[in-house]
Write a protein that binds this ligand. Structure first.
Ligand SMILES: [Zn+2]
Length: 318
């Protein structure tokens, strides 16, 4: 009974939570996955294009699932700033060694994103080896999600929504509001997917690169907030029939200019990296022929999983 009420209260709370993303907003995740398909070589592109809709829509499954799957949350971030050095020299890239050093509870508390990426890379390679079309599509879509998250600077620090610096809402500003406003002006020609010989090292490089951007993400918003009074910083816009308070276009334009293309660069890098990883898994599996998988119909349960969580809003705990 108590459980039932907790669930009801949770659902009520969620339905009143304002729209805000805690990983690239749904908009950006879907576009990133979709665009990555166009980086693939012909031997892969046919199969992925045949299931373009699924690859696009399932890009947000890991976020939707965060409400129902235990241990899902920590896969989306890593608080690199809580570790004693941020150079990556003392932080074990190997999961087992990391557990020995810090303990699993602590690792889960501060996020496991790069370790989880490496596990998924292994699973996707296995799916290609087994020529299992359902697993290939689902794992491709989902690793696309986590790779996207790894490119979001605020997914690599503990002050992920400016909660320690009175900048609440900055997470959604950077990864949802800015991509939605400027997506049309971004250049997504990223060239063909390329093979990555050391994927684990690359995953770690991505999160450390993202972390170097945290300072400007926070500092620029802070200094702009001193220039913009609250009524100029925020405005009201209609979304789905209700008026929601959001960052004003003037504020966003100025912030976006100060960031000098950072959001676009990170979106482009996400697209490129996703294509690279899909391609690398396929090569590591021995380049299986995907032609005979082309006409495969996805399992009902996979399609339904996307619809099942449709009531879940774009927002959750870090
Ligand atoms: Zn996420």
């Amino acid at each position: 009974m108590e459980k039932f009420f907790t669930k009801r209260i949770l659902l009520l709370f969620l339905s009143f939570t304002p729209i805000q993303g805690f990983s690239w907003g749904f908009f950006a995740h879907e576009h990133i996955n979709r665009l990555a398909v166009f980086t693939l070589p012909a031997e892969m592109a046919g199969f992925y294009k045949e299931h373009l809709e699924f690859i696009t829509e399932a890009a947000v499954l890991p976020d939707k699932r965060r409400y129902v799957v235990k241990n899902e949350g920590p896969r989306h971030f890593i608080d690199l700033d809580i570790y004693e050095d941020s150079s990556g020299i003392t932080l074990p890239q190997d999961w087992k060694r990391a557990v020995e050093k810090y303990g699993e509870d602590s690792l889960m508390k501060h996020g496991v994103l790069p370790w989880h990426l490496y596990l998924m890379k292994y699973e996707l390679t296995q799916a290609f080896k087994n020529k299992n079309p359902d697993a290939i599509l689902k794992l491709s879509a989902e690793i696309g999600h986590y790779l996207g998250d790894a490119h979001v600077p605020l997914h690599t620090c503990s002050n992920y929504n400016g909660q320690f610096t009175n900048q609440h809402g900055i997470h959604g500003l950077w990864e949802s509001r800015l991509p939605e406003l400027y997506f049309e002006s971004f250049d997504f020609f990223v060239g063909p997917a390329m093979y990555i010989s050391n994927t684990r090292e690359e995953f770690w490089s991505v999160v450390f690169r993202s972390q170097t951007m945290v300072d400007s993400v926070l500092k620029f918003e802070k200094s702009l907030s001193e220039e913009f009074s609250s009524d100029l910083k925020y405005s009201f816009e209609e979304r789905g029939g209700t008026m929601v308070r959001t960052y004003s276009k003037d504020f966003c334009n100025t912030y976006h200019l100060m960031l000098a293309g950072q959001v676009e660069r990170q979106m482009r890098a996400s697209v490129k990296m996703i294509g690279n990883i899909w391609y690398t898994c396929w090569v590591d599996a021995g380049q299986p022929d995907l032609k005979d998988l082309m006409k495969h119909h996805l399992k009902e349960e996979d399609i339904n999983e996307i619809k099942q969580h449709d009531d879940k809003k774009d927002g959750c705990v870090h």
